[in-house]
Design a protein around this ligand. Structure first.
Ligand code: ADP
Ligand code: S3P
Length: 164
């Protein structure tokens, strides 16, 4: 959630010369409406069904870089497919930094509450074990600029390819 997945994923894809997909963007393209509207009409459950379908389709394509919405890990089948078909990176950013990066954005329905920082803290606590279970690599802290994270991921990815 607001951890820089899209920013970092897009730069990484460009550097690797691979296509980039953002699962939220795919859902918006397919439905033709923004995410808050999907939540309003179909509720979170409806959004999660569309999200699972999109993850199913995108994990069937090889050679891409994908950024996912922060809630994809709630579904065990999403976690299983992501881990089985790709190299999964968890960008772990503390809740306060997530708050600073997302506070002006009205496009995240789960954060449209009186105390978004408290919501981010509880989401982070509940989801952190699920992200760790899904990820092959965890990048801690959120201190690096996006290009620094991309540089680090390219080195790790090259190493992985050499070992295979
Ligand atoms: N490494 C970073 N350092 C500082 N700000 C960042 C970093 N990565 C992303 N941001 C900023 O945080 C906000 C959310 O980033 P985004 O990539 O859209 O997040 P996500 O796709 O995870 O929701 C953007 O304003 C972006 O410029
Ligand atoms: O954390 C979540 O459950 C969600 C995060 C959002 O994506 P970001 O991770 O880009 O905010 C988006 O998929 C939807 O609003 C639900």
């Amino acid at each position: 959630m607001g951890a820089g997945k899209t920013t970092i994923g897009r730069q990484l894809a460009r550097r690797l010369g691979r296509p980039f997909f953002d699962s939220d963007h795919e859902i918006v393209e397919r439905t033709g409406v923004p995410i808050p509207t999907i939540f309003e009409i179909e509720g979170e459950d409806g959004f999660r069904r569309r999200e699972a379908q999109t993850i199913f389709e995108l994990t069937s394509v090889s050679g891409i870089v994908m950024a996912t919405g922060g809630g994809v890990v709630l579904d065990p089948e999403n976690r299983r497919r992501l881990r089985a078909t790709g190299w999964v990176v968890y960008l772990n950013v503390p809740p306060l930094m997530l708050y600073q990066r997302t506070r002006h954005d009205r496009n995240r329905p789960l954060l449209q509450v009186e105390d978004p920082l408290a919501r981010l803290e509880s989401l982070h606590e509940a989801r952190d074990p699920l992200y760790r279970e899904s990820a092959h690599l965890v990048v801690e802290g959120g201190q690096l600029v996006a290009s620094g994270v991309v540089q680090y991921l390219i080195r790790e990815f090259d190493q992985l390819c050499l070992e295979m």
